[in-house]
Design a protein around this ligand. Structure first.
Ligand SMILES: [Zn+2]
Length: 495
């Protein structure tokens, strides 16, 4: 059944009796269903795929009080029923790296199957304020790290808005400033930050010793450090590989878990070498993980330290490979200078297709969008289409990886990355009795991203239903108005 014809129907008490749904019975792990039970919502006859148990079979799911309360091969009764015949029923996608944390961003993300959106790379310098701004007002679940970048900007009085442009990028910190930064980071953790954010390329003057200090604090709170590496690219001695060595060493020395963000835009042509380093570190017992987005371009602020002298040689690109997000125009030496003074977002066409494909297909590399913080007319499409692009383009069309592996990379693996620090993630990223009813239901034959560099503000297609804490936020392929079921995904708050 195509997703357009899937019905979501609400029935009266009289109709409940008639709503016994017969599913194809396949062997697998089942829950015991009490006779006569009527669930708030039933997802009927879908192909349920759970990367944790390996379940891949037609099942009926009963939802109650925001949780999965039954998984059965037999029919279940519900006050409302989603007919999921022919559709895949997967855990909702968890995006570890999403700067777009406004209501409009959440709409695009929900249409791309995301049920939990996390800003862990840049993060915030004020954890309670960040959560308070979204509590009770959000379509999907949300969470944040305490960020070394914003904390350094605050302590060194940097004039930048989102990323540093002044002292936080270009000046070493004094001992007093280092102490103040450490206090701010500790405060963020005590207030429930999910992780530690770090972007050494943006805070280029931060010394190696400052980085190790920040890892020590993360280790104390069992928090993973989500790092944009010190260098990206191919020119010795400032290669992505050299930068990876810095944070691997910091992780080994301090015991802090390490998560390397967007490994493709760090490694470029050498992405396979960086992934091999992460794999090797894992094999030798280090808690290190990584992620990628499924595109051949990156994106960031033109005024940031990433474009300090030497960027062309470092990344192996030049002006024409930069696209000004406001207009879509490719840059020249002249417009580069003009726009760098003005400040704004560029799309950076720097990642070889082979590198993107290698990372997307690799079972240890998670999928995370790195969606941009603005909703301009020509922003990078990744915040709108990353997950549908992996499932439609790379799984179905290119056969670069299988569907269960892809789902694992966007559900179970991100949940496991965070669950030691934030136990709320033990109930996310899987479909089992007792898990949160964050569920994405899609047509594997139709799912695809529609957002492009030319027309980035397009919803993905083929995602029929998305539930957040048991509440549909996408129904019959359309956003549902007037529902805000998203909850804070936060680590325990300490006194
Ligand atoms: Zn980054």
């Amino acid at each position: 059944m195509s997703w357009k014809s899937c019905g979501f129907r609400r029935v009266g008490v009289a109709g409940i009796v008639a709503l016994v749904v017969y599913a194809t019975v396949l062997p697998g792990r089942l829950s015991r269903v009490p006779a006569g039970e009527v669930y708030e919502l039933v997802i009927a006859s879908g192909r349920v795929m759970d990367p944790e148990s390996g379940l891949d079979a037609v099942r009926n799911i009963g939802v109650r009080a925001g949780k999965v309360s039954a998984i059965s091969a037999e029919g279940l009764s519900g006050k409302a029923v989603i007919d999921a015949k022919g559709l895949v029923v997967a855990p909702g996608f968890i995006d570890l790296h999403e700067h777009g944390q406004q209501p409009r961003n959440y709409q695009f993300q929900a249409r791309d199957g995301v049920t939990t959106s996390l800003e862990l790379e840049v993060g915030t310098d004020d954890v309670p304020k960040w959560y308070a701004a979204r509590e009770g007002k959000s379509l999907i679940n949300f969470g944040v790290s305490v960020g070394h970048i914003p904390v350094r900007m605050k302590v060194l009085h940097d004039p930048g808005t989102f990323l540093p442009t002044g002292d936080a990028a270009h000046r070493a910190a004094t001992p007093g400033e280092l102490a103040e930064m450490s206090q701010e980071m500790e405060k963020g953790f005590r207030q429930g930050a999910l992780a530690e954010g770090m972007g050494v390329n943006y805070t280029a003057a931060a010394t190696h010793s400052e980085i190790v200090d920040m890892f020590k604090i993360a280790a104390k709170y069992r928090a993973s450090v989500h790092v944009h590496l010190r260098y990206a690219g191919m020119k010795e001695p400032t290669t992505g590989l050299a930068a990876l060595e810095e944070v691997l060493a910091a992780a080994v020395a301090t015991g802090a878990p390490l998560h390397v963000v967007h490994i493709t835009s760090m490694g470029l042509r050498y992405t396979p070498d960086l992934i091999a380093m992460v794999e090797g570190a894992q094999r030798h017992g280090l808690d290190v993980t990584t992620e990628c987005y499924p595109y051949t371009a990156g994106s960031t602020s033109l005024e940031s330290a990433v474009f300090d002298a030497g960027w062309q040689e470092g990344m192996g690109i030049t002006y024409k490979d930069l696209q000004w997000a406001e207009t879509g125009e490719r840059l020249t030496a002249e417009t580069f200078e003009k726009y760098r003074k003005q400040g704004g977002v560029v799309v950076i066409h720097s990642i070889p297709e082979e590198a993107a494909r290698t990372a997307v297909a690799n079972p240890i590399v998670m999928i995370a969008s790195d969606g941009t913080w603005t909703v301009g007319p020509k922003v990078h499409p990744r915040g709108q289409g990353s997950f549908a692009r992996v499932l439609g383009h790379y799984v179905r069309d290119e056969k670069a990886l299988d569907l269960m592996t892809a789902l694992r990379k966007m559900t179970l693996m991100p949940a496991r990355r965070l669950e030691k620090r934030a136990p709320v993630f033990k109930d996310k990223g899987r479909i089992r009795v007792g898990s949160d009813a964050d569920i994405t239901i899609f047509d594997p034959t139709r799912i695809i991203d529609k957002a492009t560099y030319e027309e980035p503000l397009q919803y993905s297609e083929g995602i029929a239903f998305v539930l957040v804490n048991g509440v549909p936020v996408v129904k019959d392929g359309q956003l549902v108005d007037g529902v805000l079921p998203g909850r804070a995904a936060r680590a325990p708050i300490l006194q």
